[in-house]
Write a protein that binds this ligand. Sequence first.
Ligand SMILES: Nc1ncnc2c1ncn2[C@@H]1O[C@H](COP(=O)(O)OP(=O)(O)O)[C@@H](O)[C@H]1O
Ligand SMILES: [Mg+2]
Length: 242
Amino acid sequence: MSGTPVLEIDDITVGYGGVPAIRGLSLSVGSGEILAVLGPNGAGKSTTLLAAVGALPIMSGTVTALGEPIHSAVEKNARRGITLVPDTRGVFHRLSVADNLRLATRKGGVDLDTVYGYFPKLKSMRSRRCGNLSGGEQQMLALAKALLTKPQVLLIDELSLGLSPIAVQELLPRLRSIADEQNMAVVLVEQHIDLALGIADAAIVLHHGRVALAASARDLRDRRETVEAAYFGRSEEADLAS
Ligand SMILES: Nc1ncnc2c1ncn2[C@@H]1O[C@H](COP(=O)(O)OP(=O)(O)O)[C@@H](O)[C@H]1O
Ligand SMILES: [Mg+2]
């Protein structure tokens, strides 16, 4: 782990209607690094991402991004380069691929040709109506839209939801090379454990709103039983050396 931390979450408790959904959660990710966030349904993965981009009020603890406390307005954080690709995608179904992308372009962002270079398939489908794309193609478009804003911290919620393992196998390595090329920090919530560990630098496993396990991805690749134990709340080791 070499990058300077660009996102640091320290001991946060966040919930809904005063009821905590995550408790005492900490994580950190540096430029060019990918942190995989794993855990079963309801573990608090989406809540963690929403808190990290300022979309949910924090009950206690701190979120620091690019050296400053996170703002309570998501738009302000997005303008500073902290961008969430939510599990609801955020693509406009009635518009074409090209129009979706055009709406996401901005001054100082990554140019459209570079993004088409990352996803040549989108270029070939640029006049297609977005509602007619497959799930995988829509996910690719959502990722492409986020990249156009040149995020420094990109948070991705279950990009591969509903995709075939083959589609995921194609998408995740591409994300790895984009993170390297753009020196972008990525927090990746992902259900495909092996594929996520295959491209990540570090990983945490959440269980019942807490970090059950935190380690380098390399360590965890060879320790699937440890990862699974943490998933199901059986982990005794809270923290492997990373
Ligand atoms: N809008 C909400 N209102 C109330 N509780 C919620 C809401 N969203 C999530 N929760 C609860 O917070 C916990 C964590 O949910 P979530 O962060 O969505 O988990 P994950 O993304 O890991 O599946 C769950 O117990 C869930 O029921
Ligand atoms: Mg979720």
